[in-house]
Design a protein. Sequence first.
Length: 462
Amino acid sequence: MKSRRTVLVAFGAALAGCAGLDGSQTATPESATPTGTTTRSDQRAETATDQRTASDKRPDPPEGDAVRWTYQTNGPMTGQWPGYVTDRPVVRDGTVYAIGGTNDRGTPPQERMQPPRSQNVYAVGTDGTQQWRYAANKSVPVVAPAANGVYAIVGWNTRRLGIGQQLVRLENGELQWGTEPRDRYLSILGTADETAIVSTHDDAINRAGESLFAVTADSGRRFERETGDIRKAVVQNGTVYASEGPDRTSAFDTTDGTRRWSSAGRLLGDPLRHYGDSLYVRGETDSGEPALAAIDESTGDSSWQYQEGEATEDGFNVTGAVERDGTVYATEFGGRLVALQSADGTEQWRYPTANDTRGPPVIANDRVCVPVGKTTVHAVDRSAGERVWSHSFKRSLRGMQTASDAVVCWTQGDDAAGVHALSFDGDPMWRVIIQGTTTAPTVTESGTYIGTRSGYILKLGE
């Protein structure tokens, strides 16, 4: 068993000027040369010409009653690291955006870079119909839809440093502009009034030497300022709340980049979250023991800390915290789930899981669900703190999300991945087993969307 002191650090782009359009980057709208194949669960298929050949052999698309449709991209969803897949699909305003397939417009400038060829961005309707495909001349690690357009990061990486990475803006699949390339990793932290908020970082996590910048939809630079490494943030109410460097949370103004405050502790959540006037961070007590801390969103001041009643030898090594209806539910690496009053951190109840709890809890109606060990989920009554049900999977539990009527669990093993929907009472509703590896799923009220390493985008649900 790993030490409970192990901290699970969340990962979370900089503008030197905007470059002109690159002729080697093109968009393929559906009306011009559509690519891909959509197959619906009723076996009716819509096909279109694409770049595949007879030698491009891939597994058949996943099947089953819970597969609403599959969309086949023109190649594998190869991630930025060997053996990994691309980021999960992003859903906004009835469109699914996904990174997939490759094109012949670019190859890495150095050997052993991943992926081996430039990639595409696909926009597919929630009914499985392709809207457009954008062929970049580099790899595409990130897409972030915004009002009236899509932002993306294009560029390569050496596993230690980004190479030639740029922020680009797409509208209806057409490239509008791109920033000057930088040899840094870039991350899109969020958007504010159609302005992209971007950070730079590398493989180290330092307190200085990086940048936070903002670019408007018409390519104007709003601001740029020095920061530490920022890989993830939440952008809300005119503020960027970011995990900065190795050990602090900072707030920046989205209009001019002014640093409003910095506070000790790393922001919790995947994605990072902001609750009312509070943020929850992985902090430390005055004696250096790990603790859960609540900080004021306006000032960054600590409102309270929790170290589990009588202090334990290793403190409270928090792995996640969520707030609902005035109560904070927090998990601790060593196997504890606690309910605390959000106002002052007073403990309401404590639930021992009898195994590690390495991931965050999720709220499912009047239950709070927590990952236990590698393969099990426990559902605990939010009022009483008592277990209502548990469910174990064959493969490792990698994540949980909730829809209006289900807990959707993502599992991954050596042979296959699984997506399992459980009712709030713990009853199986549907499941899909997918050979090979997959992206993490994206759960929405319109359905659950996932990408496969073999190059399919799937919509799942009853």
